[in-house]
Design a protein around this ligand. Structure first.
Ligand code: GRF
Length: 197
């Protein structure tokens, strides 16, 4: 690739296993993006340590330290801008972002959601998949738009619901698929092959 690798900021709130999958993928010499920064809104997010151990720069922007959502997002934007971030990946980031923040990143902000969107938007998707009796579940990487868990789909992977599945078993099977499609979707976006979002 002749162009410079895109600089990616990953936003997390917890475990950070999808973040780790992105970091791992970005090690490949031919990967079109580098993970330049990991930001957590929670100081205790386990993913911060995982990222630091991999030599990735980390920052905490604790939403509790700000008086308003706008102040929190202004700082978030500053931190991303200062790091010259091109693409933002939400990876288990548990804060809803305002339409104005989202608009500033339109076509440059991705999210991973543990269902085959547009089915099962919101939380507790694995329990709800089991409760509704669907035979096919899965995960989706999509561009972020102001409406939650909506926005143009970049990649999906179906995951079967198996006889005797528990929420944990199903979640683990879906998570393995998440770790495959998130790096693949980021590659498409970084190469300009995923549309404009
Ligand atoms: C994943 O299931 C992701 O789809 C959802 O939150 C979870 C985050 O897990 N948005 P991790 O922090 O990436 O391990």
């Amino acid at each position: 690739m002749s162009e410079a690798r895109k600089r990616v900021g990953v936003l997390i709130s917890g475990r950070g296993s999808n973040m780790a999958a992105l970091i791992e993928a970005a090690r490949a010499a031919d990967y079109p993006a580098e993970i330049a920064l990991v930001i957590s809104n929670r100081p205790d997010a386990a993913g911060l340590e995982t990222a630091a151990k991999q030599g990735i720069a980390t920052r905490v922007v604790d939403h509790k330290q700000f008086e308003s959502r706008n102040d929190f997002e202004a700082e978030l934007y500053e931190v991303l801008a200062r790091a010259r971030i091109d693409i933002v990946c939400l990876a288990g980031f548990m804060r809803v972002l305002t339409p104005s923040f989202v608009e500033r990143w339109r076509g440059r902000m991705l999210n991973i959601h543990p269902s085959l969107l547009p089915a099962l938007k919101g939380l507790n998707t694995h329990a709800r998949a089991l409760a509704t009796g669907v035979k096919m579940h899965g995960c989706t990487v999509h561009f972020v738009v102001p409406e939650l868990d909506s926005g143009p789909i970049i990649l999906q992977e179906p995951v079967p619901v198996l006889e005797g599945d528990s929420e944990e078993k199903l979640a683990a099977r879906v998570l393995a698929a998440e770790h495959r499609i998130y790096p693949a979707a980021l590659r498409l976006v970084a190469e300009g092959k995923a549309g404009r979002g």
